[in-house]
Write a new protein. Structure first.
Length: 115
């Protein structure tokens, strides 16, 4: 095989791999996940068990500094993955929720916080 043809094949491969990865990201979409944010542990434990509540770190755009958060659950409650997750909580006393993507090819986490 000529050197020039080999170089063209390498160049074509380098350009087509990222494009192919982006196309696969659209074919295998991720699942939108949420978790509730709470101002204190007691409020979180009204919705979830103590094992499911975790202390937050830092400051969030939702205004909950530190705070507590419950486990992730599927934003689409009719999705198959929602049957085994803990759900959005029992009392609805969360101050805000945090949204992120899970799964999918080429998707990244942390989309932001909602109110």
């Amino acid at each position: 095989m000529e050197t020039r043809k080999r170089s063209q094949i390498v160049l074509l491969t380098l350009f087509s791999l990222p494009i192919g990865a982006m196309a696969l990201g659209d074919v295998f979409p991720g699942q939108e996940m949420r978790r509730n944010l709470y101002p204190d542990q007691a409020t979180c434990e009204r919705d979830y068990s103590p094992q499911q509540c975790q202390r937050g770190t830092g400051s969030s755009s939702s205004g909950v500094s530190g705070g507590w958060h419950g486990p992730y659950y599927a934003a689409n409650r009719s999705a198959p993955a929602a049957t085994n997750d803990p759900g959005p909580g029992r009392t609805g006393q969360a101050t805000h929720s945090e949204t992120s993507m899970r799964g999918g090819f080429g998707h990244f986490g942390g989309l932001g916080r909602g109110g």
